[in-house]
Design a protein. Structure first.
Length: 173
């Protein structure tokens, strides 16, 4: 079965399931529908602006700049800049993955991109402030100072283990 046909069947099955959930009051199906709509509207609020910013990044920042600070010769300083960039990223994984792809296309080293994506999950400034206000500054600092070295070390190891010919610069469908 072709992937396109399979996707169509999944969408049709989902729609039928939701309709049946409302006809025959199935609470789990109704909750699934509500979560889907809430998630969809949350994405609609974030993604257009994120993609506009990523488009501007592609146009305004030269490939040479990305290669210089985040490329193959950047060393540990590249990971440092990736962590700084990730701490300012808003939107979580919705934004981190497309931005990571853009950085990789522009010449960032795979290990640095992995550091960026991983650090975006734990170092965002708003999240860190929120965490410190509820769990304390000491806990937040310990978490960050333990997590960041582990992220950098694992990103470097994954970069070394990955065959560069296996990771395409462009995603093909």
């Amino acid at each position: 079965m072709k992937k396109k046909n399979f996707t169509q069947y999944v969408i049709i099955f989902y729609a039928i399931f939701i309709i049946v959930s409302y006809i025959m009051p199935i609470e789990a199906g109704q909750d699934i529908a509500k979560n889907f709509y809430r998630f969809t509207f949350e994405m609609i609020k974030i993604l257009p602006f994120a993609f506009i910013l990523i488009g501007l990044l592609e146009v305004w920042i030269k490939q040479e700049t990305i290669e210089k600070y985040l490329g193959e010769s950047s060393g540990l300083l590249g990971h440092f800049w990736a962590i700084i960039l990730s701490s300012t990223t808003v939107g979580g994984a919705y934004v981190a993955f497309p931005l990571g792809h853009t950085l990789y296309k522009k010449g960032a080293k795979l290990g640095v991109v992995l550091t960026y994506i991983s650090a975006a999950a734990i170092t965002r400034i708003p999240m860190t402030i929120f965490e410190a206000s509820f769990l304390g500054v000491k806990f937040t600092l310990v978490r960050i100072f333990v997590s960041i070295p582990l992220i950098v070390i694992s990103s470097i190891i994954l970069d070394k283990l990955t065959d560069k010919n296996e990771v395409p610069k462009e995603i093909k469908e």
